[in-house]
Design a binder for this molecule. Structure first.
Ligand code: OFO
Length: 167
């Protein structure tokens, strides 16, 4: 095998992390839709698709190395949403955890001199910088614009614009 058992185990875990992230964003999108936040619903739906693409990238990487993958069971998102701000806060926390998980695989790959996995994961490092920055700046909007109904409506419109950017 072209990668170690440990790296394979971590990449399998990462497939699950990306799948759970996709599932979580899908749940948030659905919650936004029924709460009247159409812009946010579109934004999170796109994000759910992006996370699935991240999962697919890892599967593709393993398949390119002629390694079969384990497709894990996805988890039911644990949290009931109470507000759009809370959804964004949880998203940022989750993205930070994803970044740590990616760092862990990179550290292991570097210790093992596994240059191909190290190189493959570079894309994810850039992606995580963007995603953390994205949610940090959305959360900043709540500080700047406010949290009353009109402010949330404004933020929903901003999220709608962002959903066009990422699609
Ligand atoms: Fe948003 O995390 Fe994937 O990688």
């Amino acid at each position: 095998m072209k990668i170690s058992k440990k790296i394979l185990e971590l990449l399998h875990e990462q497939i699950g992390i990306e799948a759970n992230a996709s599932n979580y964003y899908l749940y948030v999108s659905s919650w936004c839709k029924v709460s009247g936040y159409d812009g946010a619903a579109a934004f999170f739906k796109n994000h759910s698709t992006e996370e699935r693409e991240h999962m697919m990238k890892i599967i593709q990487y393993l398949n390119d190395l002629k390694i079969d993958t384990i497709i894990p069971q996805i988890q039911k998102p644990a949290q009931k949403m109470k507000s759009l701000e809370q959804a964004c806060k949880t998203s940022l926390e989750n993205e930070r955890k994803v970044s740590k998980a990616i760092d862990r695989i990179i550290n292991t790959a570097q210790n093992e001199n596994d240059h191909r996995t190290n190189f493959f994961l570079e894309w994810f490092v850039h992606e995580q910088i963007e995603e953390e920055d994205l949610f940090e700046s959305i959360l900043q909007k709540f500080e700047v614009i406010g949290r009353d109904k009109l402010a949330i409506h404004e933020i929903d419109k901003i999220l709608e614009k962002l959903s066009h950017k990422s699609s």
